[in-house]
Write a protein that binds this ligand. Structure first.
Ligand SMILES: [Zn+2]
Length: 489
């Protein structure tokens, strides 16, 4: 490894960083409520014996899964709304193992074990129209285009007949129990196990005939919890050291969400109909899964805990061995002085403004060569080391520095170590910082838009030559600014 005496770099965090060793708690899944409708957390590992549906937080397994897969799956039955559980059947009062779906109730009938009737669909159409009367239709002989069912004295024809014939017929839908009529603005027809709806807006597509959401309606009437239509969605299952994990909570926004990643609290803020938070991965994070824990208090007051492990992937970082100039070394000041300035800066980084002030990608604050990339590992001859959680851009003195995104100036002053420093608060705990400026062009409280002048490049503070030291921090943790230029967070 080459020993270098760098020009135009900064020594702002020398000797202050220690390697973080953060214990990861053993995975603990706690589901306070035990209602069959309660959504279950993301599985941490793939289990081939059961399928997890993140949209509702429910599993499908065993005979019910086989039946679901073989008889039309999602299009026919919709998503599972519950786990399997035992319920008294409205038709005969007996207990059966059931599972609700958006458009069906699956029932396990042990008395028919080994026959095609072992799994039956609940009579949701019958249940839905209970108390209503549909006049029977006088007998007409069946033709290939028009069926008459003597069992229920109703007919089936045209588009609904084609759908009934091609999507499972009697076994799936049962007999018609009404004629076609208009309900809720659509032409509908009731069958023993469901309702057909004609949707002219989808004419000519496979969605022209849709099944009613009678599973959802019936499950609601059972009094069980409807599954939460939200899910906790990290944008990735594994993140590179120094990168940022975006965590979203989708669907009907619950009343209260708290989360932590590797022990650090995340602040969720509503944006575009979803809750989102940002978790920084420290650039020397241990290369093992870290715990993302989310607790959601839903609108029934039930607390749900979602625990997910997020993998940490190795980043590619430069290594430097640096011989410090004795003059620079002696001007570092006392440990107390360094610590005081550092504490002051971090008091701003640690503030969370609960509004997202930026939108879209960040831009470079100036154009110039990167002299020290993000995450560079530096060892100092004579002892000490640091990780450079920032990007250094080597450009001439006086080069204008421009705001990479919208935000409020929360610090603008000259410091001993960092020189002319500006910190911009972009909201949600995201800050950007600019060190060693010769001129500061903003003051505390200024609202900056992307492209607004912040100041000018210099070599003030502990710096060996003109350059801009640029940081993005989420809370106290520095993340790779280039990711924020490449990705729309
Ligand atoms: Zn730097």
């Amino acid at each position: 490894m080459k020993v270098i005496r760098p020009a135009g770099v900064c020594f702002t965090v020398v000797f202050l960083l220690s390697i973080l060793v953060v214990p990861v708690p053993a995975l603990a899944v706690t589901n306070v409520a035990l209602d069959p409708g309660d959504s279950l957390p993301f599985p941490v590992a793939t289990d081939p014996t059961r399928t997890y549906f993140p949209d509702t937080g429910h599993y499908l397994a065993g005979g019910f899964r086989t039946y679901w897969q073989q008889h039309g799956g999602l299009a026919q039955f919709g998503l599972p709304l519950s786990e399997e559980y035992t319920e008294a059947n409205p038709a005969d009062g007996k207990n059966y193992t059931v599972q609700y779906f958006e458009r069906a109730r699956f029932e396990y009938h042990p008395e028919f074990k080994g026959t095609p009737y072992e799994i039956e669909l609940g009579l949701l159409g019958v249940q839905t129209v209970v108390g209503r009367k549909f006049d029977p239709t006088p007998y007409v002989p069946s033709t290939p285009n028009h069926y008459y069912f003597t069992e229920t004295r109703h007919t089936l024809s045209a588009g609904f007949k084609r759908y009934w014939d091609s999507h499972g017929g009697l076994a799936i839908f049962g007999f018609p129990i009404s004629e076609e009529f208009t309900e809720g603005g659509y032409t509908v027809q009731y069958f023993e196990r469901n309702r057909f709806e004609y949707h002219p807006e989808f004419s000519g597509t496979e969605y022209e005939v849709l099944l009613g959401l009678l599973g959802t309606d019936s499950f609601r009437l059972t009094g069980h919890h409807l599954p939460q239509t939200f899910g906790v969605r990290p944008d990735s299952g594994a993140v590179v050291q120094g990168h940022t994990l975006k965590v979203r909570v989708l669907g009907s926004v619950p009343s209260n969400v708290t989360a932590s990643f590797n022990g650090q609290k995340l602040t969720f803020v509503s944006q575009a109909g979803e809750l989102a938070a940002y978790a920084p991965i420290v650039s020397n994070a241990a290369l093992r899964p870290q715990l993302l824990r989310t607790e959601i208090i839903d609108n029934t007051g039930v607390v749900r805990r979602f625990d997910q492990n997020i993998g940490v992937l190795a980043g590619q970082f430069e290594h430097q061995t640096i011989q410090l100039d004795p003059a620079v070394e002696s001007s570092l000041g006392s440990d107390e002085e360094q610590q005081r300035e550092r504490d002051r800066d971090f008091s701003f980084y640690n503030q969370v403004t609960p509004v997202k002030l930026w939108s879209g990608r960040f831009s470079w604050p100036l154009t110039g060569p990167i002299t020290t990339p993000f995450g560079s590992r530096r060892d100092y001859v004579g002892g000490g080391s640091e990780i450079h959680d920032a990007i250094d851009l080597g450009v001439p003195q006086g080069t204008p520095i421009r705001a990479p995104q919208r935000g409020i100036v929360v610090l603008a002053e000259f410091q001993k170590v960092r020189g002319g420093i500006v910190i911009i608060d972009h909201g949600l705990g995201v800050h950007s910082a600019y060190f060693h400026q010769s001129v500061i062009a903003v003051k505390v409280g200024d609202m900056l838009n992307q492209g607004d002048l912040i100041g000018k490049v210099g070599t003030t503070g502990l710096s060996t030559g003109a350059h801009l030291h640029w940081e993005i921090r989420i809370g106290a943790i520095g993340v790779d600014p280039e990711e924020w230029i490449k990705r729309d967070f």
